[in-house]
Design a protein around this ligand. Structure first.
Ligand SMILES: Cc1cc2nc3c(=O)[nH]c(=O)nc-3n(C[C@H](O)[C@H](O)[C@H](O)COP(=O)(O)OP(=O)(O)OC[C@H]3O[C@@H](n4cnc5c(N)ncnc54)[C@H](O)[C@@H]3O)c2cc1C
Length: 434
């Protein structure tokens, strides 16, 4: 494949003059994967993220439900590159991308030019215009979202414990929107928190009055999975006290009420949104044709059409698998592997070689429902449920964590929770108190 000319000036602050400059936007799985594969390349790398940490999204629901402490779900980005001297990290927000000038603009610093660009800005919540969602729903896509939900739920239980009339008003009820993996995992984790820890923490609040309602517009949960898995998931959630409403659509959300299109009004002071994603809105500035969910279509080597020096990876990208011709899902393992391939391809271009196509090595799509309950399906159609799936889920997610320290923290917290049913994160720390 083509080698892009690299005549732009670069704003790298260190490294050897004249080396190509690789600018990586986003320090998620995709961006970090790309940077790591440039370790031995003769380039200077600048990685920019609006946060100074890398977020491990698959475990956000465990932070939100007090199972994991915040630090187990995030890593300082700078720390990830202590051993990689050709990487500089900046905390800054991308505001514009000019492909023609090979320049990126930021809110907090001057523009930066590049020879090669990696777009790994991920995706964010899509509320599909539902009335009140922007103001009152709790999405689950960032660490701040998870911490907000955790504090909100704890506060609702404390308020209801002081004033039983609030229980009647639905203060401790939660509605979760979306029967995909995010909704399933959030519902299962909230059910375990409610039915085990909170039943002891708040003995005055009857569990029968603490409703957890999962609302899904389609006719089944986990539509991308086989029917055996779909029915297992529904039963496992119901066994844990989750009410599953299928074929129902949320019409509007108020602070204490959720109205469904069918006319049903649910008293609930908390609504968790796990229903939709859209790629970073910055892609709309590129003037390129986008696919469903605002995703940027990629060439087989992950570059974007007409720009062999620009690679799109992870949730922002619409990647068609070269082997199966399927569009790959927005998953951590896809993002990591694609980021790595983009990094390798840039290293090859710099060394005067051609790029190679991306091939995804599938480890299965999976979701946890609770302790000892999970589902796994490989692209070949093999399925696992129950404890075996739970162990497979644990293994795959431990492998995705960025550092050995994270893995140790997660294993210690999961094992501790498994034996004791304890959730160490069950505290609210107020930073605004006098
Ligand atoms: C709740 C939840 C559960 C999930 N569970 C699983 C799972 O079990 N297994 C699995 O494989 N996948 C799971 N996923 C999907 C997986 O987390 C994503 O596919 C993966 O994180 C995508 O990686 P990425 O690098 O493309 O994007 P991200 O991880 O989202 O990283 C994008 C980065 O870009 C930064 N950024 C965004 N906008 C800007 C800007 N304007 N300026 C600067 N920086 C910016 C962000 O701060 C972020 O660090 C889950 C996702 C969620 C939300």
């Amino acid at each position: 494949m083509a080698s892009p000319a690299s005549d732009a000036t670069s704003d790298r602050e260190s490294g050897q003059a004249g080396r190509p400059h690789v600018l990586i936007l986003g320090g998620g799985f995709a961006g970090v994967g790309a940077a790591r594969k440039l370790r031995r390349a003769d380039v200077d790398v600048t990685l920019v993220d609006k946060h100074d940490y890398h977020t491990f999204q698959p475990l956000l629901y465990q932070v939100a439900t007090d199972l994991l402490e915040t630090a187990a779900c995030a890593d300082p980005l700078r720390g990830l590159f202590h051993e990689q001297r050709n990487v500089a990290v900046h905390e800054a927000t991308v505001t514009g991308i000019d492909l023609a000038r090979r320049e990126v603009q930021f809110a907090e610093m001057g523009p930066v030019t590049y020879d090669y660009l990696v777009l790994g800005l991920g995706a964010g919540v899509n509320f599909f215009g539902v009335e009140g969602a922007e103001e009152h729903a709790f999405p689950m896509y960032t660490l701040a979202d998870a911490m907000r939900l955790k504090d909100h739920v704890l506060q609702k239980w404390e308020d209801a414990d002081r004033d039983p009339a609030l229980v009647e008003d639905g203060a401790v009820n939660v509605v979760i929107v979306g029967g995909g993996p995010t909704g399933i995992e959030s519902a299962g984790a909230l059910a375990e928190l409610y039915r085990s820890n909170f039943s002891e923490d708040y003995r005055r609040i009857p569990q029968a009055q603490a409703r957890i309602v999962l609302v899904e517009a389609g006719s089944s949960l986990l539509p991308m999975f086989r029917s055996k898995i779909r029915s297992y998931t529904k039963k496992a959630l119901e066994d844990r006290g989750v009410e599953v409403l299928l074929g129902e659509v949320v019409e509007s959300i108020e602070p204490t009420r959720v109205t469904l299109k069918s006319g049903t009004v649910i008293k609930a002071h908390t609504l968790v949104w796990g229903a939709g994603l859209q790629a970073s809105p910055l892609v709309e500035l590129l003037g390129l044709e986008l696919q469903h969910g605002n995703r940027l279509p990629t060439e087989p080597d992950l570059s974007i059409a007409g720009h062999p020096e620009v690679f799109a990876v992870g949730d922002i990208a619409w990647i068609t698998d070269t082997k199966s011709n399927d569009v790959l899902p927005q998953l951590g393992s896809v993002a990591l592997q694609a980021g790595e391939r983009a990094g390798e391809n840039i290293a090859r271009l710099v060394a005067g070689k051609g790029t190679e196509p991306f091939e995804y090595h599938d480890k299965g799509t999976m979701a946890t429902i609770g302790r000892g309950a999970a589902v796994v399906q490989t692209r070949g159609g093999h399925t696992l449920t129950g404890k075996a799936a739970f162990l497979a889920w644990g293994g795959v997610h431990l492998a995705l964590l960025s550092t050995g320290e994270d893995r140790t923290k997660a294993v210690v917290d999961w094992t501790w929770a498994g034996f004791t049913h304890e959730r160490p994160g069950r505290i609210s720390v107020r930073t605004d108190e006098p």
